[in-house]
Design a protein around this ligand. Structure first.
Ligand code: MLT
Ligand code: MN
Ligand code: ZN
Length: 303
């Protein structure tokens, strides 16, 4: 399986339009930003699956020749898999509206409901190419397929991770609805496995199941500390309140990730305020000393 990190930043990207933090200032000056959270995977290098559809999708597709159209119209994207219904992971679906055919979108049941109603992307897109919603049932492995039903050579299983519905959701959610899942993808030919967990409120049994024995784990690197935003003077909830286990501090993921049995761990969905983005920071050095990689846009892996 080929894996490309299309965007390594959390919602807002780097620089975020209204942010004057040191990382955003640096990114504006050296024009080295980071795009928002998304990954592309492929079993054959020809047909691709998008994991989340970020607001930067147009630039992300332009940045990788593997994702360019092969003819006058068309796309090598066979399907999209959503881990949640957050704006930074779904807005990009609107940017695929020029498609000639309905786009298959795999998502947990709770997310499919949100996108048909409270954040009505599917209703809006139905006036364009439309979406074919496909539900990812918890714990069951699905062979991902394109719009014609042709298997893409990768199977996917999902595990709910500790998290509430997105901020925009008003309706009371049924207690069983999954709004946020971790993915475990397996290349059916090579057996290569990817754990994809852009949001994790804890390192618990759900995460251990997804990470165990994985060739690569792409993990939630949103915040270094629980009070990162308030300490920067922003009126915002804590990292844990937002459902993101901080990387640093007591009980942070840096202590726990090396104990998960994944062969490689790469942090993704990194917020612009996170000091690990600064190459000379003490926090970056601690991550690297633990054998964990700070993800970058356009990083590629072969599993
Ligand atoms: C998150 O990852 O917590 C969300 O994307 C936050 C947001 O964009 O509102
Ligand atoms: Mn996010
Ligand atoms: Zn910033």
């Amino acid at each position: 399986m080929r894996v490309i990190i299309l965007g390594s930043a959390a919602g807002g990207g780097v620089p975020q339009w209204n942010c004057g933090c040191p990382n955003c200032l640096d990114a504006r000056h050296d024009a080295r930003g980071r795009m928002q959270s998304s990954v592309a995977v492929s079993a054959d290098g020809e047909r691709w699956i998008l994991l989340n559809a970020s607001p930067d999708l147009r630039m992300q597709l332009a940045a990788h020749h593997e994702l360019w159209p092969r003819g006058m119209r068309g796309s090598p994207i066979g399907s999209v898999v959503l881990t949640d219904g957050e704006i930074d992971h779904t807005l990009g679906l609107l940017l695929l509206r020029e498609s000639a055919t309905r786009l298959p979108v795999y998502a947990p049941g709770g997310v499919t409901t949100l996108l048909g109603d409270e954040w009505p992307l599917y209703r809006v897109l139905s006036a364009y190419a439309g979406v074919e919603p496909r539900t990812l049932a918890e714990g069951r492995s699905v062979a991902l397929a394109d719009g014609a039903g042709t298997p893409l050579g990768i199977s996917c299983s999902t595990t709910a991770v500790a998290r509430r519905p997105p901020r925009y959701a008003r309706a009371r959610a049924p207690a069983t609805a999954a709004f946020d899942v971790a993915l475990r993808l397996t290349d059916e030919r090579t057996g290569g496995t990817l754990g994809y967990v852009p949001t994790a409120g804890a390192i618990d049994d759900a995460v251990r199941r997804v990470a165990g024995g994985a060739d690569l784990l792409l993990f939630d690197g949103t915040f270094w500390s629980d009070d990162e935003l308030t300490a920067a003077g922003v009126d915002a909830p804590t990292a844990r309140e937002m459902g993101h286990l901080p990387v640093g501090g007591a009980g942070g993921s840096l202590e726990l990730l090396p104990r998960l049995d994944a062969k490689r761990v790469v942090l993704v969905h990194i917020n612009n305020t996170n000091p690990i983005l600064c190459r000379s920071s003490a926090e970056r050095a601690r991550v690297e000393a633990a054998g964990i990689v700070v993800g970058e846009d356009a990083m590629e892996f072969e599993l």
